[in-house]
Design a protein around this ligand. Structure first.
Ligand code: AP5
Length: 206
């Protein structure tokens, strides 16, 4: 089963994808995580991507599509989290899947208003050792765990990311609605309730 998680920054896509990977055996492909890893390692991709990410802009489609080609799993259940983010990326994904005789089964749209995005992103903290994601209010890190804030979770960059989402990524809602595979989630609900809603649609995800 191939799933796509679509929605504004901070909607909870990564949180749900990690839970499904742990509990249901999905391969979790987050372009954001892969890019941050490339930046940290200082690879050619990382050096090119960093300036876009710091500004809250999208990394060019050709770099992202090449990255996905590289990590595309040979088999298994897959969640694409934060990819595709433009119509060009969505078309490239359709082609890659078609070549393999596969298709996207469901696209979950994580629906949340801007105020919630701002509250979630400004309170988000990461454990750099494990990559675990916390929130100072909704999912606080255990005592003793040292956490950091993501560079792009600063207020000016959050605003830019929301603008970019509306302009470049939101058109995908119609793209997937037309294919009849879009499932809207009320992502303002607590983490476990959103998770339950996803399971109701996918069953065991096999
Ligand atoms: P990326 O890392 O993909 O960022 P994003 O889409 O902005 O998404 P986030 O990771 O910020 O949020 P999320 O929805 O995963 O929320 P989370 O679960 O962490 O991309 C970063 C950058 O990389 C982009 O700006 C771009 O430059 C580049 N990039 C990446 N992919 C690209 C692509 N395909 N094309 C071009 N460029 C690309 O949750 C947020 C917080 O809320 C956490 O603290 C969490 O604990 C909390 N939380 C989660 N769910 C709930 C809940 N239900 N209730 C209360 N709190 C919750």
């Amino acid at each position: 089963m191939i799933l796509v998680f679509l929605g504004p920054p901070g909607a909870g896509k990564g949180t749900q994808a990690k839970k499904l990977a742990e509990e249901k055996g999905f391969v979790h492909i987050s372009t954001g995580d892969l890019l941050r890893e490339a930046v940290q390692k200082g690879t050619p991709l990382g050096r090119k991507a960093k300036e876009y990410m710091d500004r809250g802009e999208l990394v060019p489609d050709e770099l992202i599509i090449a990255l996905i080609e590289e990590v595309f799993p040979q088999h298994g259940k897959v969640i694409f989290d934060g990819f595709p983010r433009t119509v060009a990326q969505a078309k490239a994904l359709d082609e890659m899947l078609q070549k393999r005789g596969l298709k996207v089964e469901y696209v979950f749209l994580f629906d949340v208003p801007d105020e919630v995005v701002i509250e979630r992103l400004s309170g988000r903290r990461i454990d750099p050792k494990t990559g675990k994601v916390y929130h100072i209010k909704y999912n606080p890190p255990p005592p003793g765990v040292e956490v950091i804030q993501r560079e792009d979770d600063k207020p000016e960059v959050i605003k830019k990311r929301l603008e970019v989402y509306r302009k470049q990524t939101a058109p995908l809602i119609e793209y997937y609605e037309r294919k009849n595979i879009l499932k809207k989630l009320d992502a303002t609900k607590p983490i476990d309730e959103v998770y339950k809603e996803i399971l109701e649609v996918i069953g065991n995800g096999n």
